[in-house]
Design a protein around this ligand. Structure first.
Ligand SMILES: NC(=O)c1ccc[n+]([C@@H]2O[C@H](COP(=O)([O-])OP(=O)(O)OC[C@H]3O[C@@H](n4cnc5c(N)ncnc54)[C@H](O)[C@@H]3O)[C@@H](O)[C@H]2O)c1
Ligand SMILES: O=C(O)C[C@H](O)C(=O)O
Length: 342
């Protein structure tokens, strides 16, 4: 019998029933930065036991076993067990939270969309396995790139799971925007609220300050510095992934894992009063984004569900940028249609 995830979290606190969390790509860079924090309680709260289900390709199972040994060695009080699979059907059986990280990262000079063909094929079978075997309350976060379109592929292959349970990660972009704004304004990150990432997790994304509040002042005051907005802020946030690959020689890992934790924690436990965050959601047509694209929107969460922040005024400057990113999402959807993935 299925149970609602929030009820499961509440029940876990009383009875130690673990929440099943599947992490794909568990032996990868992000997996290594993610698993220990999930097991410590950072994602589902300090009283909720978790059972980790690690899904890897056969060649990486041994490395995943090493990570599982280290998880054991941490003696996390909340960790009820770790199982390792190389078969999606088993990896997603009974799962309540699925973090789809496993996919190839881009290298220097590539765009995330260049990964569509290499990675797209991973998400159709995983969507089917989630459809057939996950718990009825399953919540899915796609991290593997191109994240929005991979979420679209997974959701399209899971016809029995409500579309709103499939999300793509733009929380890293959101957090990057918070930091850039805080630095510019000389305020702590905690004083930056209601920033929005619109569109695709790609260089076309639009980080929007026009509804933000920064140090108690309207974000529009900062955005009025057009040279900074268009010459620094937007490109710095949108191209940060490439800048990190260039500097580190590998794509972001700890910050991506942190963003995944933030995303799921807020989804399950709720967003703070008076603020919102950004997440890639299946569009129902809001803000002119065509239905059935997975696009980033401003969202709050309560009761274990995302709610779109509605009624924001979108001026011509923002409209053009949202439209450009959404057009890219539509192109990616056409590309995966032609590959037969949706
Ligand atoms: N959305 C975001 O903000 C964001 C941020 C950072 C990275 N990413 C993406 O996350 C993905 C993972 O990045 P990484 O740095 O951990 O890469 P990585 O190469 O270090 O690890 C990827 C892991 O996935 C595994 N894998 C591959 N195919 C799999 C499959 N079918 N099932 C299960 N596991 C599979 C690999 O064996 C490997 O261990 C990349 O696509 C990267 O671009 C997204
Ligand atoms: O940019 C990448 O390819 C990795 C990731 O999506 C990021 O934003 O850091």
């Amino acid at each position: 019998m299925s149970v609602d995830l929030r009820a499961c979290v509440r029940q876990s606190r009383r009875m130690t029933t673990p929440v099943n969390v599947t992490v794909t790509g568990a032996a990868g860079q992000i997996g290594y930065a993610l698993l220990f924090r999930i097991a410590s309680g950072a994602m589902l709260g300090p009283d909720t036991p978790v059972r980790l289900k690690l899904l890897e390709i056969p060649q990486a199972v041994k490395a995943a076993e090493g990570t599982a040994m280290e998880l054991d060695d941490c003696a996390f009080p909340l960790l009820a067990g770790v199982d390792i699979y190389d078969d999606p059907t088993q990896g997603f059986a009974g799962t309540n939270v699925a973090l789809l990280v496993g996919a190839r990262p881009r290298g220097a000079g590539m765009e995330r969309a260049d990964l569509l063909e290499a990675n797209g094929g991973i998400f159709a079978p995983q969507g089917k396995a989630i459809n057939d075997g996950a718990a009825d309350d399953v919540r899915v976060l796609v991290v593997g790139n191109p994240a929005n379109t991979n979420a679209l592929i997974a959701a399209s292959n899971a016809p029995d799971v409500p579309k709103e349970r499939f999300t793509a990660m733009t929380r890293l972009d959101h957090n990057r925007a918070l930091s850039q704004v805080a630095k510019k304004a000389g305020v702590p990150v905690s004083e930056v609220r209601r920033v929005t990432i619109w569109g695709n997790h790609s260089a076309s994304q639009y980080p929007d300050l026009f509804h933000a509040e920064v140090g108690g002042r309207p974000g529009a005051d900062l955005a009025a510095d057009t040279a900074w907005l268009t010459g620094e802020f937007i490109p710095t946030v949108a191209k940060r992934g490439a800048a990190i690959i260039e500097a580190r020689g590998a794509s972001s890992a700890a910050s991506a894992a942190n963003a995944a934790i933030d995303h799921v924690r807020d989804w399950v436990l709720g967003t703070p009063e008076g603020d919102w965050t950004s997440a890639g959601l299946w569009s129902t047509g809001a803000y002119g984004v065509p239905e059935g694209l997975v696009s980033s929107f401003p969202v709050t969460s309560s009761g274990g569900d995302w709610q779109l922040v509605e009624g924001l005024e979108i001026d011509d400057f923002s409209r053009a940028r949202i439209d450009a990113s959404v057009a890219e999402l539509a192109e990616e959807r056409e590309a995966v249609r032609s590959l037969g993935l949706v």
